[in-house]
Design a protein around this ligand. Structure first.
Ligand SMILES: *Cc1c(COP(=O)(O)O)cnc(C)c1O
Ligand SMILES: [Zn+2]
Length: 368
């Protein structure tokens, strides 16, 4: 069932809606089955968790056999940690996890056209999966979006709708138009999170059927953060783990509304003035699911912290010198780890490929 987070109203999964009639966001209630004796024998991609993914018919699946990204050991400041290379996806970011399931669902619903708004990677991912499914796609972007991402969206054949305004105004325009078209939104649409949750399953398998004590995730709207929580909860519900990792959300100090709400113990989500940040992928000044994210932090005994521009640069340079070419947003999770200094088993997720922000990286490297 689709369940409204605000009023509790339920809808069948086959209803082509992306929010409740009361305006609240929807979550999915679904019995997720995991049996690793069977899963282990399947091909190494995220669809090996088929029984945990709420798509009815296999023939509706839209996939590039993505996922099962590598985990590598990494030694930093005399500490041994794990890096999950989640930038190794067909479109260059973990957003493919969500897009594969969301567009499979759109396909299953017989939808012919979708719209999505994004400042970059989510738009690229939705456009690519629509190209594969032959679903018409229109992506709304703010006018200052980086060229590489615009080019990528266009190359996939999606229509670009460039909005004269900021990220928030872009989302508002998409929301208006979503009255008549299916909204493949990575923030609203709950199917997206049914894809990002596969991160947790992979970590569990790759760490020899165990989970880390701490997980560091760059967080703006929380699409990976919330997904990770759903995945670990599925593992617990299926009896595979009895303790969830502490989930640590990393925000940019220049745009940190969830951090502010959490630290000041406020009831409602905060809209902050967004200053420029290198971590463009998490520069969300009024996140829709802030309360959900804070809830998860409390439930997992996790935390929220901010990193500043210098800390992001330091982490990015460190990673590049060790051969990991990621975008600055991605480096913020390592920056968060270095600041938090946990003493037990930690995993840092690297979320987006460096080739997406060559200009920014060039500037950092030349002026470091
Ligand atoms: C989307 C994205 C994130 C996480 O963003 P959310 O707004 O929390 O979903 C992190 N890193 C990269 C590279 C991204 O594209
Ligand atoms: Zn409702």
């Amino acid at each position: 069932m689709l369940v409204c987070n605000a009023c509790g109203k339920k809808y069948p999964l086959s209803e082509p809606i992306w929010h409740c009639e009361c305006g609240g966001v929807l979550d999915i209630e679904f019995k997720s089955e995991l049996n690793f004796d069977i899963i282990k024998k399947r091909p190494p991609n995220m669809w090996r968790y088929r029984q945990a993914i709420p798509i009815d018919n296999d023939h509706n699946i839209v996939s590039f056999n993505e996922g099962f990204t590598p985990i590598v050991n990494y030694s930093v400041n005399q500490k041994e940690i794990f890096l999950k290379l989640d930038y190794l996806f067909p479109t260059g970011s973990y957003k493919d996890r969500g897009a594969s399931i969301l567009i499979s669902k759109a396909n299953e619903l017989g939808i012919k056209k979708v719209i999505e708004d994004s400042s970059g990677n989510a738009g690229c991912a939705i456009a690519a999966y629509c190209a594969k499914a032959k679903i018409e796609c229109e992506i709304y972007v703010p006018k200052d979006t980086s060229l590489a991402k615009l080019t990528q969206v266009k190359a996939y054949g999606a229509k670009l709708n460039i909005i004269e305004g900021n990220r928030l105004q872009t989302a508002q325009k998409a929301l208006e138009d979503a009255n008549s078209v299916y909204y493949a939104s990575h923030t609203y649409n709950p199917f997206f999170y049914q894809g990002t949750k596969t991160l947790a399953f992979e970590i569990f398998e790759q760490l020899d059927f165990s989970v880390p004590d701490y997980l560091f995730i760059p967080t703006g709207n929380g699409t990976l953060f919330i997904g990770a929580y759903l995945g670990f909860t599925d593992l617990a519900d299926n009896g595979y783990i009895d303790k969830l990792p502490k989930l640590i959300a990393i925000q940019s100090q220049n745009c940190a509304p969830i951090f502010k709400q959490y630290k000041e113990n406020l009831k409602t989500s905060q809209r902050v003035t967004e200053l420029h940040t290198l971590a463009e992928g998490i520069a969300i000044n009024e996140p829709l699911r802030a309360n959900q994210i804070i809830d998860i932090v409390k439930k997992t005994h996790g935390d929220i912290l901010t990193v500043n521009e210098q800390e992001i640069k330091d982490a990015l340079i460190k990673l590049s010198l060790d051969g990991f070419y990621v975008e600055p947003t991605s480096a913020s999770s390592l920056a968060g780890f270095l600041k938090y200094k946990p003493t037990t088993k930690s995993l840092v997720v690297l979320t987006g490929f460096g080739l997406k922000s060559n200009e920014k990286i060039q500037h950092i490297v030349e002026n470091y």
